[in-house]
Design a protein around this ligand. Structure first.
Ligand SMILES: C[S@@+](CC[C@H](N)C(=O)[O-])C[C@H]1O[C@@H](n2cnc3c(N)ncnc32)[C@H](O)[C@@H]1O
Length: 230
């Protein structure tokens, strides 16, 4: 079990926002979680059973409104996708578009991704993880809330299979510096590729909603692909 050092685990990477849910998002959460959900919070995730097959598994942490996630699931029917998100309006939106797309290779968990990783996912069971535009927590006193810190990276390393990939992107220069520093200290991950671009050269991923917002504000994008070493 991974230790979160001197930072108590009650410091979470999110604050539950009471963002307004549309009627259709509420109905989606009520009606579609029986199809796209994965069962009670406490249960370990048995992917072979959930998807009824063995396939490469992609975990998307903090998928937002799910547009990029659903698009990836449509483009890769041979892979199984698990999206983890705590913002319920985003989950509702994702369920609606997943249902409209009629995809069967996607499941959604509404839970803190750190808990999901620690308690519900077996070691070396994931082929690819996405951490795309994690909340930047720009104020210095909030940096402890940033997900991409060494204990999280160690945890991700335990869950990815050797040779699996970790994809990270941000549009915050100061977070990009932290990501470079934290990942360079990891002895579990090797950098395969790093790009700085204007939103036109993502590494093997779809453009996300937050990325589009950043681009519209003139932000630069940082993209990384790391490989979990054997
Ligand atoms: C800045 S948004 C980016 C969303 C999406 N990846 C995109 O690029 O459009 C970050 C998202 O991560 C979610 N999030 C933050 N911490 C999380 C956690 N510990 N577990 C699950 N989701 C989390 C937030 O609710 C938010 O929707």
């Amino acid at each position: 079990m991974i230790s979160f050092g001197r930072t108590p685990r009650t410091v979470r990477s999110f604050v539950r926002r009471t963002g307004r849910m549309t009627g259709s998002q509420q109905r989606a959460i009520r009606d579609l979680l029986s199809t796209y959900g994965v069962g009670p919070k406490e249960e370990p995730l048995d992917f072979d059973n959930i998807f009824g097959r063995q396939a490469d598994r992609v975990l998307d942490i903090g998928f937002g409104n799910g547009e990029a996630l659903v698009c990836a699931a449509q483009q890769h029917p041979e892979q199984d996708f698990l999206g983890v998100e705590v913002h319920e309006p985003g989950v509702g939106h994702c369920l609606l578009i997943a249902s409209k797309a009629g995809i069967s290779n996607l499941r959604i968990v509404i839970q803190d991704a750190v808990e999901v990783l620690r308690e519900r996912i077996s070691d070396e069971s994931i082929t690819r993880m996405n951490l795309l535009f994690p909340d930047p927590w720009p104020k210095k006193r909030h940096h402890k809330r940033r997900l991409l810190r060494t204990p999280f990276v160690d945890l991700v390393g335990e869950k990815l299979r050797p040779g699996g990939s970790l994809h990270i992107a941000t549009d915050w220069a100061n977070y990009a510096e932290q990501i470079d520093a934290v990942m360079s200290e990891s002895d579990v991950f090797e950098l395969e590729e790093r790009r700085e671009h204007c939103g036109d050269r993502p590494i093997d991923r779809q453009t996300t909603k937050f990325e589009s917002r950043g681009i519209a504000k003139g932000h630069q994008i940082w993209d990384w692909k790391f490989i979990r070493s054997p």
